[in-house]
Design a protein around this ligand. Structure first.
Ligand code: AMP
Ligand code: MN
Ligand code: MN
Ligand code: MN
Length: 298
């Protein structure tokens, strides 16, 4: 029987707009058999679901999307299939949380210099409040303490819209928060190869996330994939939503060339785009070996 899987999505534990329970419910309604909730740098959502109990109609794989750097580029690595209570996982994610907060302070500092009407503290508190609000306004039963909230650029974007600084979140990214502008504060993240090694040490599968979205030439992207594979990376996302024509075939070729399994994930953040939906991923190209083979080992 063919399985409907989705190994990349976000809840209000990071920058998604559905609570973990709402997301799980939506995945079940969409006919997903196997889901990984891969919030940015946290497993708080997955942990909460496991504590509440996951219905038998769906399998939940532990997952997380890690922010890392390779040279001057920010690269995302999805980790799949680890023990939530592994202390090494917890240590790594605590360190990611600290890096994320330092990065937020840096972004707030730069934003406040650009927008002279606001102090760094106001920008930072504004973004944090947006993250709290996203949780509270969605599902009162899932709210994290401030120390566990993963504040990111999307929360700064929401704050800018609320303050009337920009008309919408996209403009906030274009004008202030993109990697070419103030959002370029990646020096806090671990090196990609170190993150891959950490994931392997947990007995989990390191997956290169959304390779088609790094805005690189084909040559540069292949350099990243080669480095990822050489560091011990095992899989790469081949299927996503809203991919340009031919992308999945190109990624399938890179999988063969760099000896990687193929993963699949919608990168769903919220129900605002009909083309991005949990589990709506199409078939893998025939040459691909699915990442599920690696998750089924032992
Ligand atoms: P961060 O984890 O703080 O680096 O924020 C990255 C997240 O911001 C991504 O996972 C996307 O959800 C979102 N994002 C990145 N670029 C844009 C953009 N141009 N417009 C809207 N959202 C974006
Ligand atoms: Mn995101
Ligand atoms: Mn990402
Ligand atoms: Mn993502």
């Amino acid at each position: 029987m063919s399985q409907k899987v989705d190994f990349h999505c976000h809840s209000t534990a990071s920058d998604g707009v559905l609570s973990p329970a709402q997301l799980l419910e939506r995945a079940i309604c969409a006919g997903v058999d196997c889901l990984a909730l891969t919030d940015h740098d946290t497993v708080a959502g997955t942990r909460w679901l496991v504590e509440k109990g996951v219905p038998e109609s769906i399998q939940l794989i532990s997952g997380c999307e890690l922010s890392t750097v390779w040279g001057t580029r920010e690269i995302h690595i999805v980790a799949l299939g680890f023990e939530l209570d592994n202390p090494d996982v917890q240590d790594f994610l605590t360190s990611q949380g600290r890096a994320r907060w330092q990065r937020c302070e840096r972004i707030a500092d730069k934003v406040s210099r650009r927008l002279q009407d606001y102090t760094e503290e106001q920008c930072l508190e504004g973004a944090l409040e947006q993250a709290r609000l996203a949780q509270r306004s969605t599902d009162e039963s899932f709210t994290l303490p401030d120390s566990e909230i993963q504040v990111g650029r999307p929360h700064f974007a929401s704050w800018m819209v609320q303050e009337g600084i920009t008309a919408d979140r996209n403009t906030a990214f274009d004008k202030y928060l993109s990697a070419k502008r103030i959002g370029n504060a990646k020096q806090f993240w671990p090196h990609m190869a170190d993150a891959v090694q950490a994931v392997l040490s947990w007995g989990a599968v390191p997956v290169l996330a959304h390779p088609g979205r790094y805005r690189m030439t084909g040559m540069k992207l292949q350099e990243v994939i080669r480095a990822f594979s050489a560091a011990g990376g095992q899989a790469m996302e081949v299927l996503g939503c809203q991919q340009p024509r031919g992308e999945r075939e190109t990624m399938a070729r890179y999988c063969e060339k760099f000896d990687l399994h193929a993963s699949m994930g919608s990168d769903f953040h919220g129900p605002w785009n009909d083309y991005v939906e949990l589990g709506r991923l199409g078939p893998l190209p025939e040459t691909c070996r699915s990442v599920t083979e690696l998750l089924e080992r032992d």
